[in-house]
Design a protein around this ligand. Sequence first.
Ligand SMILES: [Zn+2]
Length: 120
Amino acid sequence: MAQPLKIMHELSIVLSIVDIAAEQVHKAGARQVDRIDLEIGLLAGIEFDALDFAWDVGVQRSVLEGAERHIHKIPARGRCMDCGHEFGIEQLYEPCPSCGQFLVEVVRGKELRVKSLEVS
Ligand SMILES: [Zn+2]
């Protein structure tokens, strides 16, 4: 079980996704979301267990209730600001494997976005 404070973070994210979905459903003149695809970078600060839990709570009685949810996890990549080397990273503050420099810019893996929605 994830900690309540941590879930609050994920819950606020779920609620903002609900807002985005409700707006799209409204724009399309539809009533509900059948399927939602999310892109979440592995360095976006999301705990996936907490997200699952928050999702169940957050989508109740919303346009997303009952929607099929697909999460696309995006592996993280960094670029060394010293030598320009690009490499896969597992966490923030990893040194460049080429030159050992710690000034690494995250170029991928912090995404958190709704990729697509299917409404009806
Ligand atoms: Zn480097």
